[in-house]
Design a protein around this ligand. Structure first.
Ligand SMILES: [Zn+2]
Length: 57
């Protein structure tokens, strides 16, 4: 069994696609994220395993 890179999931803002998110608090409904780029606040974020621009070589 081989795994190339076991990066942890990266979260992306659904508005501006930035990965510059921070968790602002765990509430009853779940975690809420804040995007530093566009000021989006919400619990809905995209999650990917690898950086979007890691398609080199
Ligand atoms: Zn954003």
């Amino acid at each position: 069994m081989k795994r190339r890179a076991r990066g942890k999931p990266i979260k992306h803002c659904p508005h501006c696609n930035s990965s510059d998110l921070e968790i602002v608090g765990g509430m009853i409904l779940g975690q809420v994220y804040h995007c530093r780029s566009c000021d989006y606040v919400g619990s809905l974020v995209y999650e990917t395993d690898a950086p979007l621009d890691a398609k080199g070589a």
